[in-house]
Design a protein around this ligand. Structure first.
Ligand SMILES: NC(=O)c1ccc[n+]([C@@H]2O[C@H](COP(=O)([O-])OP(=O)(O)OC[C@H]3O[C@@H](n4cnc5c(N)ncnc54)[C@H](O)[C@@H]3O)[C@@H](O)[C@H]2O)c1
Length: 360
C-alpha cells in the first residue's frame, strides 16, 4: 500500500471504509484521458460566474449554469447561450462561483449559500466528479466541503484573480493558485484546467511521487494556450487552457487569495493614512504623493472613496478571522484607518454641499 503525505496527513491509495473514497483507483476524471466531452456546471452566474461560464463554453465544453436568481440564469442564457441546469445530476465538473458574503452586508464573510449548494451536489452528483471552488472562501472550507461530500468527489480550490476593470489582461485564464484536498483531486484539476498531468508527479501513475516537497519545488504549470485571455473557441486539447500554480496544502490556496487582497487593502489604507496625516499637518497630499512616488520602489496609491468593492473589505476580514489565535495587528489598524478616512471624507462632502447652498 502506498501512502502519500499531503497537508501533514497520511493518505492511503488503497482505501478502507474509514478512509477516502476518492482514490486513484476510482473511475474518476483523473483516470480518464481527457475532459473533451465533459458536462460542466457553473453555479453562481454573477460578475465572476458569467464570464467563467462563457469561457468554459467557448472552450467547447457542454456548459450549464445555475443561480438562485432567475434573472442571472436568463442573462447567461441570453448573452452566452449557457444551458439552464434542471438538476445537479450527472455532471463531470462543478465550478462554484457563488457569493461568499452576507446578503445584507457585502463586507461580512458568509458561506451558508455555498454550503447549501454542496449539500445539493452531495445528494445528486456521481462518484469521482470534480468540484472546483472558485469563490473566495475562509480557511478550512475546502476540507469541510470534502467531508460533506462523503469523500466521494474530488475537491479543489482555484481562487480567482479576475478583475472587472481589466478583463482582457486579468480575466478568467490568467495564472491561478490551485490546491486539492487530496493528491488525486489536484491531478483531476490539473487535467481539467491545464491538460498537463505528464508534468513530473502529476500523472496517472499510482506510484507517482506526490509528496509535499515535490509540489513546492515545482514551477507553475501552463495551460494549453498562450495564457492570454482570448479563448480560441476550440476544445482540441480537452482542457481549459488556464495556467496553474499548484500548492501542496489546500489551505495555502485558501489563504493565498485572501492574503493577496489583504495586502492590497493595506496598501490603500496606507495611502488613506498619509492623506489624513497631510490634512492634520497642513500639507498637500497630491504633492507629497507625487514626490514620494519618484522613488523606484515606492508606489503610494490614491485613497479615493475609501476601500470599496465587495472583495477587498470582505477578504481582509476573512483573513483576520482565519487566524486561530493572534489577529493581524496591522490589518486591524488598517480597518480603523479606512473608517477614519471615510468619516473625514463624508464630513468634507457635507461641508462642500453646505458651502454650495450658502453661495446660492
Ligand atoms: N467579482 C470579482 O471581481 C471577483 C474576483 C475574484 C473573486 N471573486 C469571488 O467570487 C465569488 C463571486 O463573486 P461575484 O463578484 O461573482 O458575486 P456576485 O454577487 O456578482 O454573483 C454571485 C452570484 O451567486 C449567486 N448565488 C448566491 N448564492 C447562491 C446559491 N446558494 N446558489 C446559487 N447561486 C447563488 C447570486 O445570485 C449571484 O448571481 C465571491 O466569493 C467573490 O469574492 C470575485
Amino acid at each position: 500500500m502506498q501512502s502519500n503525505r499531503i497537508s501533514g496527513q497520511i493518505f492511503s491509495d488503497t482505501i478502507t471504509d474509514s478512509d477516502l473514497t476518492v482514490t486513484n483507483e476510482n473511475p474518476t476524471i483523473a483516470n480518464r484521458n481527457e475532459f473533451r466531452n465533459s458536462r460542466v456546471l457553473i453555479i453562481g452566474l454573477g460578475q465572476l460566474g458569467l464570464p467563467v461560464a462563457k469561457y468554459v463554453k467557448e472552450k467547447g465544453f457542454d456548459t450549464y449554469g445555475y443561480d438562485i436568481e432567475q434573472k442571472a440564469i436568463e442573462r447567461a442564457e441570453k448573452v452566452a447561450s449557457i444551458k439552464r441546469a434542471d438538476s445537479f445530476s450527472d455532471f463531470d465538473v462543478y465550478i462554484i462561483c457563488v457569493s461568499t458574503h452576507k446578503p445584507d452586508d457585502i463586507f461580512a464573510p458568509q458561506i451558508d449559500g455555498l454550503l447549501y449548494i454542496i449539500e445539493e451536489i452531495s445528494r445528486k452528483a456521481k462518484n469521482g466528479a470534480l468540484v472546483s471552488i472558485e469563490s473566495t472562501i475562509p480557511r478550512g472550507t475546502s476540507k469541510k466541503v470534502f467531508e460533506m461530500l462523503n469523500h466521494r468527489l474530488h475537491v479543489v480550490h482555484a481562487p480567482h484573480r479576475w478583475y472587472a476593470l481589466e478583463e482582457m489582461e486579468h480575466g478568467v485564464n490568467q495564472l491561478r493558485v490551485v490546491g486539492g484536498v487530496h493528491d488525486c483531486c489536484l491531478r483531476a484539476a490539473l487535467k481539467f484546467y491545464t491538460g498537463d498531468v505528464s508534468n513530473s508527479s502529476y500523472n496517472n501513475n499510482a506510484d507517482a511521487d506526490v509528496s509535499v516537497d515535490n509540489i513546492s519545488q515545482r514551477e507553475s504549470i501552463r495551460g494549453g494556450n498562450d495564457g492570454s485571455n482570448n479563448s480560441n473557441n476550440s476544445n482540441e486539447n480537452g482542457n481549459l487552457g488556464i495556467p496553474l500554480h499548484p500548492v501542496s496544502d489546500i489551505e495555502i490556496a485558501e489563504i493565498t487569495k485572501i492574503a493577496e487582497n489583504a495586502h492590497r487593502y493595506l496598501q490603500i489604507a496606507f495611502a488613506e493614512d498619509l492623506y489624513l496625516y497631510c490634512k492634520t499637518n497642513n500639507l498637500s497630499f497630491p504633492q507629497l504623493r507625487e514626490a514620494i512616488n519618484t522613488k523606484w520602489n515606492v508606489n503610494i496609491l490614491e485613497p479615493r472613496d475609501g476601500i470599496g468593492g465587495h472583495c477587498l473589505p470582505k477578504d481582509t476580514r476573512m483573513f483576520l478571522q482565519s487566524s486561530k489565535s493572534i489577529k493581524s495587528k496591522i490589518l486591524t489598524a488598517a480597518l480603523e484607518v479606512d473608517q477614519d478616512y471615510r468619516r473625514q471624507r463624508q464630513s468634507r462632502v457635507e461641508l462642500e454641499v453646505l458651502c454650495k447652498d450658502i453661495v446660492k
